[in-house]
Design a protein around this ligand. Structure first.
Ligand SMILES: C[S@@+](CC[C@H](N)C(=O)[O-])C[C@H]1O[C@@H](n2cnc3c(N)ncnc32)[C@H](O)[C@@H]1O
Length: 494
């Protein structure tokens, strides 16, 4: 297609395999007279399958392609939300693949129009929402009673915070809401997995979310038989509005749920404060090698050993021997820490005056803080956790009380909270974290990032469930381990 590489991301222009478009349109259109809407019609592969259709597309080059491919369709070159605010037609069905544009790029007047449109329907999306969710709400609002939608959606419908208001809206406005999770990638070139969403009988209310779990897309069985009907309260209250935990077999899910109420089990956020490490603004400048520190004669009190990234987080703890080993290898792990009102010694000033400072000072963070050389939020947490991980997030005790960068979660136990019970005194946290419950909980509370990675945001880490080992016996531990494997397979970890 004619779209420049830069525009592909800005427009979310990844076109759907023909077999998928075909299966969705075949399901959505029930009568030759049905009027079909594709809110982001791209090169026209959905609207080409049904003559009585309307495609809205922002990119003129794609509209030109669509007009060749779908000569009978009505094509409108417009932003969908602007069109949706003006056009009063009602449709029998909508199908397509909305653009997945993350909030950083989904900005300006189009995002505002999208969020305003949804707000008028009673759906409040935060500014962090990706574009696809408002597209689906707005497309659904264009249906006449009895209508239906069939869309390709990113797998983040299973975990993103903004998927909850979308699913809530669908449950309140359709008699049936069916999410089809598909393990094998529909778009092999995209890091993100894609699932399918079907909603039928507009104007009614659903009693829960129907979920199917497929190994791979199979056009003959679309939509597939429902594997499970998830009651609304269970989805919303027990699982925080996330569908992803329902990828687990029911018996593992209920075991995990039982553990959440077991005496002794606790969410990490109850016993600990969780944040992320500091942002230096210019890592190269603010992290010195021991040889640099020596050359500039930087006083020790201006240097803090820092855990730069997950590569340094191995084993169960970081201790003085580790820090000495880093020093022996002359690793750049000494953070230059100048308190805001400190008298800057001549040696430190000499370092601040080096040529390198020009680049550091020009960085966004340094330009926007005073003084530019004071790195804020330098904590020395009791534990650190890797929050972008392959197999599992690692938690280690920070015995040397190093500081850490924002590539790691910084964790401190809440003072006094568990004194006396001894359940989660520092020694036991690493064991609880790496137990079956802790690891499964990381899979359920974190979210896949593509490429086999699991991300654990601070808010997600707060929900990680920890149980003293004694609570878990065989065969429960084996079931939990099976659950971990299931979740890992869904996120394609090697
Ligand atoms: C994922 S592609 C899907 C295209 C086509 N439906 C398909 O599945 O092959 C998303 C399309 O949305 C279009 N798009 C992005 N922002 C839009 C907007 N605000 N209004 C209408 N179309 C938009 C992009 O140009 C792109 O063609």
């Amino acid at each position: 297609m004619a779209t420049a590489p830069h525009d592909v991301k800005t427009l979310g222009a990844y076109f759907t395999p023909e077999v998928v478009a075909d299966a969705l349109v075949r399901w959505a259109v029930r009568d030759p007279g049905d009027l079909l809407l594709d809110p982001s019609s791209g090169d026209g592969r959905f609207v080409a399958r049904h003559p009585n259709s309307v495609g809205i597309e922002r990119d003129p080059a794609s509209v030109a392609q669509a007009s060749v491919r779908a000569p009978n369709a009505t094509l409108v070159n417009s932003d969908f939300f602007t069109w949706a605010s003006d056009d009063r037609r009602q449709f029998d069905c909508a199908a397509g693949n909305p653009p997945f544009i993350r909030y950083q790029r989904f900005s300006g007047p189009i995002r505002q129009a999208a969020l305003d449109y949804c707000r008028r329907l009673g759906v409040v999306f935060s500014g962090l929402s990706s574009s696809w969710a408002p597209f689906i709400v707005a497309a659904a609002s264009k249906l006449r009673p009895g209508g239906r939608i069939a869309f390709v959606v990113p797998a983040e419908i299973g975990h993103a915070p903004y998927a909850t208001p979308l699913v809530d809206y669908l449950l309140a406005n359709f008699g049936s809401v069916h999410v089809v999770a598909i393990k094998e990638k529909i778009f092999p070139r995209l890091s993100e997995d894609c699932w399918l969403l079907f909603a039928d009988n507009a104007g009614c209310q659903a009693d829960g979310v129907r979920l199917s779990k497929l190994e791979r897309f199979d056009s003959s069985g679309i939509p597939p038989a429902v594997s499970e009907l998830i009651p609304i309260e269970e989805w919303r209250v027990r699982w925080g509005g996330r569908l992803r935990p329902f990828l687990l077999p029911a018996r593992i899910r209920s075991l995990y749920q039982r553990m959440t109420t077991d005496a002794g089990a606790v969410r990490l956020g109850r016993i600990a404060r969780i944040g992320i490490g500091y942002v230096s603004g210019a890592n190269h400048f603010f992290h010195l090698r021991p040889s640099d520190a020596e050359r500039f004669r930087i006083p020790d009190e201006f240097l803090v050993p820092s855990i730069r990234n997950g590569r340094y987080v191995t084993g169960t703890e970081i201790n003085d021997a580790d820090v000495e080993r880093w020093a022996a290898k002359d690793e750049p792990v000494l953070l230059l820490r100048i308190p805001p009102r400190a008298q800057v010694p001549a040696a430190v000033q000499a370092y601040l005056d080096t040529e390198e400072r020009h680049r550091a000072r020009a960085s966004y963070k340094c330009r926007n803080r005073k003084p530019w050389y004071t790195v804020p939020d330098v904590r020395r947490p009791a534990f650190v956790v890797t929050y972008m991980s392959g197999r599992a997030p690692t938690l280690v005790m920070n015995r040397s009380r190093c500081t850490c960068t924002n590539t790691l979660l910084a964790i401190d136990l809440r003072p006094g909270l568990f004194d006396g019970s001894g359940d989660f005194c520092g020694q036991r946290l690493p064991a609880a974290w790496s137990s079956s419950v802790g690891r499964l909980s990381c899979e359920l509370e974190g979210h896949p990032l593509g490429g086999g990675m699991l991300k654990l945001e601070p808010g997600e880490a707060r929900n990680v469930l920890l149980a003293p080992d004694a609570v878990i016996h065989q065969p429960e531990a084996a079931l939990l381990d099976e659950g971990i494997e299931v979740m890992r397979q869904w996120r394609h970890v090697a």
